[in-house]
Design a protein around this ligand. Structure first.
Ligand code: ADP
Ligand code: ADP
Ligand code: ZN
Length: 216
């Protein structure tokens, strides 16, 4: 199964991707996670990416496409993958198509998680991530068992640097301009599936699974 999870920042892509990983045993490829790891390690990529991420802007297409191309060479993607946060622009989608063509595989579906804007803001303000393992929580919608502590690894829960209101508004703006056109792009390729993401995490997940079962 080869799928792309799409949707505005805060829609729940990462949350659903992690659940799909548990159910289907295929890897999640989250470009945001890869970039944050690079920033933390202070690599050349991380130094470059940081400037864009801090301002809520997209990292240049060639940089991000290079990362995904390398990642898709790894052995664990043979049975499939979940792309989370990539592609985010039309050029990225075109590059992905070329990469997959060279691999001799095709996407099965592009799952577009739809959430209204005022709800997105609510999600950002409550989002907390584990400093150690990157697990995502929400103070109200998906709280950890013990406040401020990761259920999975005991790490400290922090607010992501780019989840500050001003940066979030910028990211939503960038989404509207640069990523939204992908909806029509994938619709015209008959790959688009819209999922109403404005419901509890489990309900959204059941619907995605139901769709994927139908797909076979
Ligand atoms: P969210 O899940 O909230 O949408 P991500 O973790 O996916 O955020 O991405 C965080 C930041 O990393 C983005 O704001 C952007 O700067 C950068 N980024 C992630 N994926 C891409 C991509 N495909 N193209 C360009 N920049 C990206
Ligand atoms: P994305 O990867 O699309 O940026 P996340 O998966 O990080 O989004 O989710 C954003 C925030 O909203 C997190 O705090 C997460 O716990 C919470 N969240 C995710 N899905 C839902 C949902 N269906 N209902 C309520 N809150 C959600
Ligand atoms: Zn953790």
């Amino acid at each position: 199964m080869r799928i792309v999870l799409m949707g505005p920042p805060g829609a729940g892509k990462g949350t659903q991707a992690k659940k799909l990983v548990e159910t289907y045993g295929i890897p999640q490829i989250a470009t945001g996670d890869i970039l944050r790891a690079a920033v933390q390690e202070g690599t050349a990529l991380g130094k470059k990416a940081k400037e864009y991420m801090e301002r809520g802007l997209l990292v240049p297409d060639d940089v991000i496409t290079g990362i995904v191309k390398e990642r898709l060479k790894e052995i664990d993607v043979e049975k499939g993958f979940i792309l989370d946060g990539f592609p985010r622009t039309i050029p990225q989608a075109e590059s992905l198509e070329k990469i997959l063509e060279e691999m001799g595989v095709k996407l099965d579906a592009v799952i577009n998680i739809v959430v209204p804007q005022d709800e997105l803001i609510e999600r950002f303000t409550g989002r907390r991530v584990c400093e150690i393992c990157g697990a995502t929580y929400h103070v109200k919608y998906n709280p950890p068992k013990q406040e401020g502590i990761c259920d999975k690894c005991g790490g400290r829960l922090i607010v992501r640097a780019d989840d500050e209101v001003k940066t979030v508004e910028k990211r939503i703006d960038v989404y509207e301009r640069e990523t939204k056109p992908l909806i029509d792009y994938y619709r015209s390729k008959n790959l688009l599936v819209n999922i109403d993401g404005n419901r509890p995490i489990e309900v959204v997940f059941e619907e995605i699974k139901g769709f994927l079962r139908g797909e076979g």
